[in-house]
Write a protein that binds this ligand. Structure first.
Ligand code: BGC
Length: 407
């Protein structure tokens, strides 16, 4: 049975997207190059994506009409700085119009400066390994501040821990696959870039700056807590620690990972999986919030991503109900949570394929016609009532853990 409790006053209710995943035609990025290279894991190129570069007004209107009050989107660095040091005023104006569209629809814009993609020139100079990348990111942040004069929430870098846990050579292009292990060097560089960016943003006086970290909800096989903590440090906790002096931290949560002596333990047979192959585990969000609170020492949190890839929208609603229930419990437990941004507003380009559909809105791949799913109205309704659903514990969560560690 679902009951509900009030969400905090001024709670942000919204959905999130990222430039490369929805705009289309982002030809000037390392990722576009990868999409067109032979023999990669990429199933299909991003192409026109959702054509949101032109249709952002419709996207924002659908979000607002449903009752949501916040939209997280990213600036595309490769458009704003198409060549090193060369700024496109017209592209800055484009993103300024997006901010204006949010404002006139009564929607709080939450702007991400960098969401996985870097310009081709930056990629060719080594991505996050380029010698001057901290200065380049500071410059890009300074450039972006030209359009941020009334923007409160800025996410500097999306999931730095995913980017630097890719391969040493080309972290900026190999998103979503092959996790060979942490790179302390790249982690420190990206943290430095983040701190430089926060300093610039703080100079504006009105911005709340933070970054968004992918929370994996590492759970230890009993007796292997130390192995779990070691596994987690460079993959997650280092990045949470970097937020201790920030204005907020973005919490991104989808799943859990059970850690034994040899690393991740496979799921038990028969576990419900999402279209990305992940365990259906809505409980992850509440746990991610508590862990983030514990490591950061209580920095305000904004859920910047949470959702499920599924073709069955009723499962999306069930998943989100469970996740929001966990969020409510985390608040009861003293967590300072300022909002919830669902991933994603649209069925978009999931870094190599359009198959995993995370959207509250379906997008026709030929015509770009948007069709809101029932989950959009459902989430908008919660937003209007400012209520968090509450559901009882799911026995499968514990049963699936027991089955995984029994193997
Ligand atoms: C990323 C998104 C991605 C989502 C689902 C996050 O890692 O920030 O870009 O689409 O998870 O995989």
């Amino acid at each position: 049975m679902t009951s509900s409790t009030p969400a905090p006053a001024h709670f942000l209710w919204g959905a999130a997207t990222a430039g490369h995943q929805i705009e289309g035609g982002n030809t000037n990025t390392g990722h576009w190059m990868l999409e067109h290279a032979p023999d990669t894991w990429v199933k299909e190129p991003s192409g026109d994506a959702c054509d949101s570069y032109h249709r952002y007004g419709e996207d924002i209107a659908l979000l607002a009409q449903a009752g949501l009050n916040a939209y997280r989107f990213s600036l595309e660095w490769s458009r704003i700085e198409p060549a090193k040091g060369e700024v496109s005023r017209a592209q800055l104006d484009h993103y300024r119009r997006m901010i204006d569209s949010c404002r006139s629809a009564g929607v709080e814009p939450i702007v991400t400066l960098q969401h996985f993609t870097v310009p081709l020139w930056q990629h060719q100079e080594g991505g996050w390994y380029a010698a001057d990348v901290v200065d380049r990111f500071r410059f890009f942040t300074e450039t972006a501040t030209r359009i941020l004069d009334d923007v409160t929430w800025v996410v500097t870098i999306n999931e730095p821990n995913m980017m630097v846990n890719q391969t040493e050579a080309r972290i900026d292009t190999e998103v979503g696959v092959n996790f060979p292990g942490p790179s302390p060097h790249a982690s420190q560089v990206i943290a430095e870039a983040h701190h430089a960016s926060v300093e610039v943003l703080r100079g504006l006086g009105h911005v709340r700056a933070g970054w968004s970290v992918a929370n994996q909800v590492y759970q230890a096989v009993p007796g292997h807590e130390k192995d779990r903590d070691e596994w987690a440090y460079w993959r997650e906790d280092f990045f949470l620690e970097q937020s201790r002096d920030d204005d907020f931290i973005g919490v991104q949560s989808y799943l859990r990972t059970i850690i034994g002596p040899d690393g991740p333990v496979p799921f038990a047979d028969g576990v419900e999986r999402t279209l990305t192959g992940w365990e259906y585990y809505p409980e992850a969000l509440g746990q991610a919030l508590r862990h983030t609170r514990d490591v950061t020492g209580g920095v305000p949190m904004l859920v910047t991503e949470n959702g499920m890839a599924t073709a069955d929208d009723t499962r999306r609603i069930a998943y989100t109900t469970g996740a929001l229930s966990g969020l409510g419990e985390a608040i009861d437990d003293g967590c300072d949570v300022r909002g919830y941004l669902h991933w994603s507003l649209l069925d978009n380009y999931e870094w190599g394929s359009y198959e995993p559909t995370f959207g509250l809105i379906a997008v026709d791949r030929e015509t770009f016609v948007r069709t809101p799913k029932p989950s959009l109205a459902w989430l908008g309704d919660l937003a209007r009532r400012n209520e968090l659903p509450r559901v009882p514990e799911r026995p499968e969560a514990a049963a699936n853990f027991a089955a995984a560690i029994a193997r």
